[in-house]
Design a protein around this ligand. Structure first.
Ligand code: DSN
Length: 414
């Protein structure tokens, strides 16, 4: 039986893990940054590679006994190079924010000017928010989306870039549903001699699955987490031009981190191997089909979606279009077994703890094999939950429907 040792040795931890496993099986995950890893990825994480210290890089370690660990790190690197057409890869970053911290450390000095997307317009904390290390250490100026269209206005980006002359331009997001014009960012950066940095954490799997354009061949440096659409273990990687290899490696170690998590490197290698298979292209395509269907259904029911739809795996639904706020919706949907994350809408009049929107995404439910018909059913159940948000009996009925649907689409076990 699975988790035999854990069960025998520590019933408390085992019981919590079991409860969470049951929750994941019986509920619907619409958090755009989450996914279900394959059993092979899960197994790789639970290997003896966790026992090793490997500061340094393959062939240049600070501890002995790393000649086998070198093989796993090199394998992971080679697979990323193939997936993204990357010149140089560092697979050691522990997660997205540490990876971005290492990128800034590699290319900038504290106080340098950087241009990034505002958080409430879909950017990320590590793209220059004042409460984050990025906004505290570096001099960020920010661009946003057009208030009418909800789409990044590249003329405005160019105007700010020419005026402010940042040393680096950051393109990327955590809540933006339209395709990014990487080439346009690169052209603007070239006009002022700025570095180009793409954070593709959300869409790496859609790029690897050949559904969205790839910034890696044209940008100076690109970071991504490995656990979102890429469907690997929690972690991150940095890809860059060969000429920046040394400064990126030094920023990750010894600049930011100590020993890499070798068991996670092994799991990353497994996930990259999976993403190289032709089936992953179908998976990435279905994620987008599902997101487009979901967005269309919300629009049909009179909800407003920021930018009017989606080109990727996510959408931000503006609940003020229904006289509601993000938190109320999150609570009602949690009661029926659907997890979402609250999200600001551009220029949100409401505070970040209870913003006007929710961000929804389809990577996890697509991994379960759900398709367009299920998207329509899910949106209809979500709408019913909001319309009956104070009726506990109705919500309990809806929860049963979700549970039945989940039973038809178990989380894959192979
Ligand atoms: N927490 C991640 C997300 O949900 O997008 C980003 O850090």
């Amino acid at each position: 039986m699975k988790y035999d040792h854990l069960k025998n040795q520590d019933e408390q931890v085992f019981a919590i893990v079991e409860r969470e496993e049951q929750r994941q099986n019986e509920e619907i995950e619409l958090i755009a940054s989450e996914n279900y890893v394959t059993p092979a990825v899960l197994e790789a994480m639970a290997t003896v590679l966790t026992n090793k210290y490997s500061e340094g890089y393959p062939g240049h370690r600070y501890y002995g006994g790393n000649y086998i660990i070198d093989d796993i790190e090199n394998l992971a690197i080679e697979r990323v190079k193939k997936l993204f057409d990357a010149e140089h890869v560092n697979v050691q970053p522990l997660s997205g924010s540490p990876a971005n911290a290492a990128v800034y450390m590699a290319f900038l000095n504290p106080g340098d000017k950087v241009l990034g997307l505002k958080l409430d317009h879909g950017g990320h904390l590590s793209h220059g928010h004042s409460v984050n290390f990025s906004g505290r250490l570096y001099n960020f100026v920010q661009y946003g989306v057009n208030p009418e269209t909800g789409i990044i206005d590249m003329d405005e980006v160019r105007e700010i870039a020419l005026r402010e002359k940042p040393k680096m331009i950051v393109a990327g997001f955590s809540a933006y549903s339209r395709e990014i014009d990487w080439q346009k960012f690169k052209d603007i950066a070239d006009e002022i001699g700025a570095y180009t940095f793409a954070d593709i954490a959300h869409i790496a799997g859609l790029i690897a699955g050949k559904q969205l354009k790839n910034p890696v061949p044209i940008f100076d440096v690109v970071s991504t987490t490995t656990h979102k659409t890429l469907r690997g273990p929690r972690g991150a990687i940095i890809m860059c031009k060969e000429k920046y290899a040394k400064q990126v490696n030094s920023a990750v170690f010894p600049g930011m981190q100590g020993g890499p998590h070798d068991h996670i490197t092994a799991a990353k290698a497994v996930a990259f191997g999976e993403a190289l298979k032709p089936e992953f292209i179908e998976y990435a395509a279905q994620i987008i089909k599902n997101a487009k269907t979901m967005a269309a259904e919300f629009l049909n029911l009179g909800y407003r979606i920021v930018s009017g739809g989606t080109d990727n795996h996510l959408m931000v639904v503006d609940l003020s279009s229904k006289g509601l706020a993000g938190k109320e919706a999150e609570i009602a949907w949690e009661k029926i077994g659907i997890s979402v994350s609250r999200s600001t809408i551009p220029n949100d009049p409401n505070p970040p703890m209870n913003p006007s929107g929710v961000r929804l995404g389809t990577p996890a439910i697509t991994t379960r094999g759900m398709k367009e018909a299920e998207m329509k059913l899910i949106v209809s159940l979500m709408d019913k939950a909001l319309m009956n948000k104070d009726d506990e009996i109705k919500l309990a009925e809806l929860k049963e429907e979700i549970k039945k649907m989940c039973a038809q689409f178990p989380i894959p076990t192979k």
